[in-house]
Design a protein around this ligand. Sequence first.
Ligand code: HEM
Length: 473
Amino acid sequence: MLGFLLYLLLTLLFSCWIFPSRAYRKLKKNGFVGPIPSFPMGNIREMTNNRKLFIYWLGAEPFLYVADPEFLRKMSSGVVGKSWGIVKVFKNNREPMFGSGMVMVEGDDWVRHRHVITPAFSPSHLKAMASLMVEPATNMLDKWATLINSGKPEIDVEREITTTMGEITAVTSFGLSYRDGSSGSRLFEKLQAVQDTLFNSNRYEGVPFSKWMCPKKTLEAKRLGKEIDQLLISIIDARKSCWDGSSPRNDLLGLMMNGDGQAGMSLSTTELVGECKTFFFSGYETTALALSWTLLLLAMYPDWQNQLRDEVRQLFGDGQINFEKLTDLIKMEWVLKEVLRLYSPAPNTQRQAREDIKVDDLVIPNGTNIWIDIVSMHHDPTLWGDDVNDFRPDRFKDDNLYGGCKHKMGYLPFGFGGKMCIGRNLTLMEYKVVLTLMLTRFSFSLSPSYRHSPAFMFSLRPKYGLPLLVERL
Ligand code: HEM
């Protein structure tokens, strides 16, 4: 008993004090400064200030905060994608959500995952996926029409779009029908439940043993994670048993299972399961948020709403979407880029140093957690000018890639370097298909009940939902 208590005490001492303090001292010695942390919350409460480089603490974990594009450029110039590590504290908490998917692996494993998966996102495969998106989106719009007919023109578009993007992601990722009662809908419900249980309820990442503050939720997430794995394994097994070597199914799972035939370059069933979950969690909420914030901004700026509708009509008339012509929706692309600048669905990204990294006369020690504040750089007037907070999609007219940002690393909606978002072209396609369908049937204006409160931790979402007044055209 005494031995056990001593063991517990030592574990606590090392994990909450000695190891974190050692990491902190190393950073300080190398010239980085930051506010004094308090135990056990770290600097969670002080995370709103205007400095671009400092240390802060998430609970008992020190992080180097970076919102300086030039520092970022220098920091990442000599480090390839596979040499970055994953922040351990997030890795431990997110296992039930991401399994052994790409966001959880490092080094050569990460290279193998990326190598097998990248071809699945090629333009020709994406084009073939576009038709899968129309039915779920149309179902949502039919529902809106019914609501409007029954005298309810106020619709929480964020809630609606999030559900629909989940359905679209389930179809494009695992080719599953999401209709009530089907295995697709069961999987979809469980995926959403694990996210609610694990992620949306845990505001204390980094705080020691935070997952045991709500043991019921942690165990529930574990149980759901296992059930999801079982469902996905049975889908993969069923596909393996009836696959005759002909063309693979045109969803991400089918394309990944096909691999590229190179020896040593395939994914095990467990890894495939992890990737399916990764696509789901990385893809559906981010794209849904991009669409939701777009509708808010189009409601606030009716001139841009009309310009996009005109563009859609000129391309497709009143007929069906021609997927070949989606690239011609130029203004819509400017609007997406400006929305991703102002309301980045992924407002930050993280890395862990796997070696000492020299930046001028500073050294980021091996093992340092790095927090890159994307949304802060997107709102920096020294990079964008005095109109930084204005909605001005035409800033991408003359500078399609960086929107006139003074530094190329100042606009990073999809991250940077070798670890840049693998799903960015899929997002672009989903965005264009769903927004085109919306704009051809409805117009949008602000509802008096909308309260503007973008809230963020790992995604940037409207805290009180996004009610808009929707009218049939
Ligand atoms: C508006 C939509 C999206 C945004 C804003 C977004 C943003 C990001 C960001 C900022 C990163 C981190 C990159 C870095 O650390 O440098 C990332 C990584 C990733 N994203 Fe996305 N993403 C979006 C949509 C998607 C979609 C649709 C998918 C897949 C179906 C996806 C899959 C991934 C994956 C797998 C990674 C990890 C890449 C790696 O570690 O190599 N994302 N995304």
